[in-house]
Design a protein around this ligand. Sequence first.
Ligand code: GRF
Length: 214
Amino acid sequence: MSGVATAILISGRGSNMRALVEAAKADGFPARIALVLSNRADAAGLDFAREQGIETLVVSHRDYDSREEFDAVIDAALREKGIELVCLAGFMRILGAAFVDSWQDRMINIHPSLLPAFKGLQTHERVLESGVRITGCTVHFVRAQMDDGPIVAQAAVPVLSGDTPETLAARVLEAEHTVYPKALALVAGAKVRVVGENVLADEIDADCRMMVVG
Ligand code: GRF
């Protein structure tokens, strides 16, 4: 198998990881999922990764006294396994600045809102409280600030009357499963480049960076 050696970091369900793994099976997909790493041994997504024959690793944050030590162990594991690109997919630990800097422009994350709006947790609750009629999801390069960094791709999703945080989360999640594989393909295929705080693509690839779902 060829392609950019990619690790996916998860903490739970792992549905985005699953979408990335499925997408990466396609002929010519520019990334190869070489490792799924979780900070929790009970992350449901690990079972799927194992069934797929993907190497898995658990690094529990509880085993380390500081964030720096935890980050260093993850960093060493990624390097030892020859990982070139990291995808955060529901990874619920904040990574320190040293780790983030050393993976600058080689680590992407998905967040369930149209960043820079609604950073942080309880996203869908806050979206509903705010009254916005359109939300979505964003794949971005990771920077030291949470949910911040150059935007690779976004999908827009309608907020419907009667939505609850759960129904909205489900609609956004479906879009996440489409947009994350597309974003990974763009990054691993070197179709986009970071220039300052922005991500640039040529004209054709730029179309793949924006989706409207629903
Ligand atoms: C997703 O909504 C993602 O945007 C957020 O965490 C959730 C992870 O879900 N960062 P899953 O584990 O990929 O199913």
